[in-house]
Design a protein around this ligand. Structure first.
Ligand code: UD1
Ligand code: UDP
Length: 372
């Protein structure tokens, strides 16, 4: 009898990083694979499903404007029960560290399935940073049976938590699988996003690409970030700042209030994944608090300033392409000015690195599960 997989995800980054695994499992005849999206995100998730041609078998459609963690967690767990009862999977796959990840891993555990955690073992060991993601991945790590660690460092973190080595596989990060799978379609990309960007942005100037959304940066953190961006824009009229603003109202509101009407700051809607990769390629420098962007940028040779105090992705910091700058206004400004003005420093940081794998992470995961 075919083994049954249920692959569950809910947000944009999980979808991007699970898409190659979904496609490869669906074309593998040894397994019966179904996809369930919680709909923790809506538009930002839909664009990824469309790009990768994924049609979910189940959609809990949970997103509510300005949702809270309590409702989301309980609705994911209770929403999954009938699906788990009906499909009765052998394996439940979850990814990363979102509320969907943590709640789906608990639901999968209750159902008796073996929980398989993709992108396992990332740790800051500070429960409050990132919040609530560090808790989410630690809980998922306890609940999961199989752990697909992207790097040796993430495997080491799991071994320190007494996870048995036979249940861990170092795979590389599936973000690289997604990036390589998309690269042909991203070169010479022509779509609405690109057309709109080409109309408003002067690509002869150096582009600073910005993203931000972390909960621990809501409030004062975003005020500091926006103050820094405004100052950078005013000091450098020869630079264009492009900021696809996350749809979380706690981000949208301060960003729109503080950064509107500045000539060389372009606030745009979240871009589709290929458009965003296209824009990363066109950028001189990236300023972000995103996890996924920290992993993608090094393999595109783009320096990244990370607006966080801690990172669970030390590999790119060690490789020299990522610098942690926190959310203090002056530090963001001074590190940005340094990269704009010091060409030697820029050249060192923009040399190509890829600490996150060879694009075969999904293949390794499927071989591992096939051999169980
Ligand atoms: C979530 C994850 C975070 C992940 C991030 C990726 C949790 C607690 N947070 O944060 O780990 O890094 O996604 O982007 O799991 N919204 C929309 N449309 C969308 C998506 C979001 O309108 O397509 C708005 C809604 O008002 C929603 C709010 O954003 O209520 C917050 O969404 P939520 O998933 O709770 O938090 P994120 O900040 O997106
Ligand atoms: N991304 C995207 N459109 C955008 C901004 C980002 O498709 O406008 C992609 C990006 O390429 C990366 C992922 O979204 O793969 C990162 O998502 P996010 O920063 O929201 O979450 P995190 O990785 O921090 O959990």
């Amino acid at each position: 009898m075919k083994k049954k997989n249920l692959i569950i995800f809910g947000t944009r980054p999980e979808a991007i990083k699970m898409a190659p695994l979904v496609r490869q499992f669906l074309s593998n005849e040894k397994f019966k694979t179904k996809v369930c999206v919680t709909g923790q995100h809506r538009e930002m998730l839909e664009q990824v499903l469309t790009f990768f041609h994924i049609v979910p078998d189940y959609n809990l459609s949970l997103m509510k404007p300005n949702q809270n963690l309590y409702n989301l967690t309980s609705e994911v767990i209770s929403g999954l029960k009938p699906i788990l009862d009906e499909f009765s999977p052998d394996f439940v796959f979850v990814h990363g560290d979102t509320t969907t990840t943590m709640a789906a891993s608990i639901a999968g555990f209750y159902s008796g399935a073996k929980v398989c955690h993709v992108e396992a073992g990332l740790r800051t060991n500070n429960m409050l940073s990132p919040f609530p993601e560090e808790m989410n991945r630690q809980v998922t790590g306890r609940v999961a049976t199989y752990h697909f660690a992207p790097t040796l460092k993430s495997q080491d973190n799991l071994l320190l938590e007494n996870i048995i080595k036979e249940n861990i596989l170092v795979t590389g990060n599936t973000v690289i699988d997604a990036l390589l799978e998309s690269s042909n379609r991203v070169q010479n990309l022509k779509n609405e996003d690109v057309e709109a960007l080409n109309k408003t942005i002067d690509f002869k100037k150096r582009i600073i690409l910005v993203t931000g959304h972390r909960r621990e940066n809501h409030g004062q953190g975003f005020i500091n970030i926006c103050t820094a961006l405004k100052e950078i824009a005013l000091q450098n009229p020869d630079v264009e700042i492009v900021y696809p603003v996350h749809l979380n109202p706690n981000v949208l509101k301060p960003v729109n209030e503080l950064l509107k009407n500045i000539k060389n700051i372009h606030l745009v809607k979240p871009l589709s994944y290929p458009s965003f990769v296209w824009l990363m390629n066109k950028s001189y420098l990236i300023i972000t608090d995103s996890g996924g962007v920290q992993e993608e940028a090094p393999s595109l040779g783009k320096p990244v300033l990370v607006m966080r105090d801690t990172t669970e992705r030390p590999e790119a910091v060690d490789a020299g392409t990522v610098i942690l700058v926190g959310t203090e206004t002056q530090k963001i400004i001074s590190e940005t000015q340094e990269l704009l003005n010091n060409s030697e420093r820029y050249a060192t940081m923009s040399s190509l690195h890829n600490p996150y794998g060879d694009g075969k992470a999904c293949e390794r995961i499927i071989t591992f599960i096939s051999n169980l």
